[in-house]
Design a binder for this molecule. Structure first.
Ligand SMILES: *Cc1c(COP(=O)(O)O)cnc(C)c1O
Length: 360
């Protein structure tokens, strides 16, 4: 008999991240993982270099300074913040701690794939609720919850659709869920949202004992390679995560990078202004080419090419010019590609390439 993992593990497909290489092409423009276009914040690079000098020391396991910096920046109690090795780690810990064999996770049909992968790893059944016009269906999610449901996980804005659920709908979701269901609001793209009614999750966290918000330094903050995410939650959930996380789950360089990034003047403003400009220009340009662009509230566009064949052809054409975007067939969207907003030059390259393809 060979050694075997728990049976549910083998139902999990390995996560395939955005690609970064095309054979035979020298200049690669990576627009497949929603990374910020301007590199890391300079202050973070300096802090990483400085922290490297003490890399022989274990990091602060309590992550006190970074939690205090996050708390100060967002007006939140540091004691109710937990940092993780990316928000992916925190999502996984939540699923393992509150889910597990015999339980169920409910998510939206085109929600972030990691919820499903980790859910299966944990042995949960994962229920995906159909969407209406690529928008999460709140009544559907509430109705789908059964006696075994322990977690409902919702990304808002959502990846890969870019859709934003109105705040009233998020509130209605929480109000419609049983008290013993943990609502996880994944707000990885919160900084990009311009809707004045939007709340990234802190209000609902504060209003009860069964909602958490996850955030990340990987997108607008330009620190995907550092692996730094955080969670704001009720004291009991924070206590659970501090029991199950590994004692040194966030490296000293990541902690230093996060603190420095938060002090970088104008960083978010600059990124958000650039993003707003190019979401607009790209949406307009691609729409003029006859493509359907879903309204985006994040730093990427979901572009519908009309058929899986046309989407594949566009992907191959972009790739031949070194432009790597993301196919989203695994998200049940085979006619679409997800394109990250890059620099002005990179956006121009995408528009030119697709114009050449469409105009023969
Ligand atoms: C990118 C992304 C994350 C993961 O972020 P990390 O902090 O890098 O692990 C989580 N949720 C969504 C919806 C994302 O798009």
């Amino acid at each position: 008999m060979p050694v075997m993992p728990r049976p549910s593990i083998l139902s999990v497909e390995p996560y395939v991240g955005g690609e970064s290489k095309v054979p035979g092409v020298n200049r690669i423009v990576k627009l497949s993982s929603n990374e910020g276009p301007f590199g890391p914040p300079p202050a973070a690079v300096a802090a990483i270099t400085e922290a490297a000098k003490e890399a022989n020391r274990y990091p602060d396991g309590g992550a006190t300074a970074i939690r205090e910096a996050i708390g100060k920046h967002h007006g939140l109690d540091p004691n109710r913040i937990v940092v993780g090795n990316g928000s992916d780690e925190l999502l996984a810990l939540l699923i393992l701690a509150y889910g597990g064999e015999g339980t169920e996770i409910v998510m939206s049909a085109h929600g972030f794939l990691m919820y499903e992968l980790t859910g299966r790893w944990a042995g949960c059944s994962v229920l995906k609720v159909p969407e209406k016009d690529l928008q999460a269906d709140i009544d559907g999610i509430i109705a789908a919850c059964g006696p075994r449901t322990r977690l409902v996980i919702l990304a808002n804005p959502n990846n890969p659709t870019g859709a934003l659920l109105p705040q009233a709908e998020v509130d209605r979701l929480r109000a419609g869920l049983r008290e013993d269901i943990l609502l996880v609001l994944d707000s990885a793209y919160a900084e990009y949202v311009t809707d004045p009614d939007y709340d990234a999750g802190a209000k609902l966290v504060d209003a009860g004992t069964n909602t958490v918000m996850t955030r990340t330094f990987s997108k607008v903050w330009g620190l995907g390679g550092m692996r730094l995410g955080w969670l704001y939650g009720p004291p009991a959930v924070v206590d659970v995560l501090n029991r199950v996380r590994s004692p040194f789950n966030v490296s000293s360089t990541a902690q230093a990078a996060g603190i420095a990034a938060l002090s970088e003047p104008g960083w978010v403003e600059k990124n958000v202004a650039h993003n707003r400009e190019w979401v607009g220009k790209m949406t307009e340009g691609l729409t003029k080419l006859g493509l359907k662009v879903h309204p985006s509230h994040a730093n990427f566009l979901l572009v519908d090419f009309g058929s899986p064949e046309a989407s594949k052809a566009a992907d191959a054409h972009l790739r031949s010019r070194g432009l790597i975007v993301r196919g989203v067939t695994v998200y049940g969207l085979p006619s679409c590609l997800r394109i990250t907003i890059g620099t002005a030059e990179e956006c121009g390259m995408v528009l030119d390439a697709l114009a050449d393809l469409r105009n023969g």
